[in-house]
Design a protein around this ligand. Structure first.
Ligand code: ZN
Length: 379
């Protein structure tokens, strides 16, 4: 069994390495790369400075230069806790608007990584540039995904293998700084004063520099009745709502496309009363009113499931930095819950594999054509 799984993994690697090599003069790094993407195309120029604390592999100037080059590139953000490469891909768009797509926040949710990797492949081979310039991080916690991949038969089970980095670790999606604040490089702690894990540090620093207008965070969900595409309400730095209509419309438009292509977005209730509100989240209020937030998450020992999620943090503006370059508008944050955590090829029968591959591609299409397209563009 073990050997067979290993081969499956290697075959996947080769598939993704083939396009990495197209742009790369770097060496292959199969064993260290559990995301199966191979080495990123550009990292030699990122070898300089800013290695303190998080060991980020690029400087702000490197990133600026990369963005001005107007060609697709791989970025090695840094290395993970276990020494794997944390990789991202950049694809320039036709506008000056910016987007970020994140897969594998929860390493247990392998289908989310499959979606993000397929999106990279799509953007690599697409004839036309997207409207948004986009950075895609296919697997934010590749160490945790590697743990999950060792037992693919358990993927999606209540054991949640690969969801948390270790027994005491905080939920990876509950480690954001206080709403309205950037990550502080001297402290590197979250809203509840807990150390932010390295992979999230690298993510937060990337967001601070790249300043995306919108983020799509791809997850997976066990209860398929809640599969769907959701939006958090944006607020100013004080938590006052800015108006939800366009965020909601963007998420619902994406879900309509998935539904048209026979994907399951039951949580959006398209047949009865279309919504972009996740069932556990407080109702979005009208612009000008204080917005309630969900800060509790899963009930776990030592409040490991509590804290600030990307949905809350990203949709809150940062306005109080003395250095104005560090302030930003509230970002749109779209959270995609793919029904089922398995990769399409992990299912048993050919019929299941085909069904889940089709559904996976429906989510890729929604991100590519709606989220990265000219839809509900920010002011
Ligand atoms: Zn998740």
């Amino acid at each position: 069994m073990k050997i067979q799984l290993h081969i499956t993994y290697l075959l996947t690697s080769v598939l993704f390495l083939s396009f990495a090599d197209r742009n790369s003069s770097g060496s292959r790094n199969v064993s260290a790369d559990t995301t199966g993407k191979g080495r990123p195309a550009i990292n030699a120029s990122f070898a300089s400075a800013e290695h303190k604390l998080t060991e980020r592999f690029y400087t702000t100037a490197d990133l600026d230069e990369l963005l001005q080059r107007n060609q697709p590139a791989g970025i090695q953000l840094g290395t993970t806790r276990q020494g794997r490469s944390l990789n991202a891909w950049y694809f320039p768009g036709t506008s000056d608007k910016r987007a970020l797509v994140i897969g594998g926040v929860h390493g247990s949710e392998l289908s989310s990584i499959e979606v993000a990797q397929a999106l990279v492949e799509r953007l690599m081979s697409a004839d036309e540039q997207p409207y948004y310039s986009v950075i895609v991080i296919p697997a934010l916690f590749p160490d945790n995904a590697a743990t999950a991949m060792r037992m693919p038969e358990q993927t999606g089970s209540v054991l949640n293998i690969g969801r948390y980095t270790h027994e005491q670790a905080v939920d990876p999606n509950r480690q954001m700084p206080s709403p309205g604040a950037n990550i502080n490089d001297d402290e590197l702690t979250d809203h509840l004063s807990r150390r932010i894990e390295k992979e999230n540090q690298l993510l937060l620093q990337l967001i601070r520099d790249f300043k995306p207008d919108r983020i799509a965070s791809v997850h997976a969900i066990r209860n398929i009745n809640y599969g769907g595409i959701y939006a958090d309400p944006r607020t100013d730095a004080n938590g006052i709502a800015l108006g939800y209509a366009s965020d909601s419309s963007l998420a619902v438009d994406m879900s309509i496309l998935v539904d048209q292509q026979q994907g399951n977005v039951d949580g959006n209730h398209l047949k009865t009363r279309p919504t972009a509100l996740y069932y556990k989240d407080p109702t979005p209020v009208a612009a000008g009113l204080p917005q309630k937030r969900n800060t509790v998450g899963a009930a776990l020992k030592a409040n490991r499931g509590s804290g600030i999620s990307m949905g809350t943090w990203g949709t809150t503006a940062i306005e109080k930095e003395k250095n104005n370059d560090l302030n930003r508008d509230a970002m749109r944050v779209i959270t995609i819950e793919v029904p089922g955590a398995r990769r399409s090829f992990d299912y048993k029968t050919d019929q299941q594999k085909a069904f889940f591959r089709n559904q996976m591609l429906a989510f890729v299409n929604a991100i590519h054509h709606i989220f990265l397209g000219n839809h509900h563009v920010e002011d």
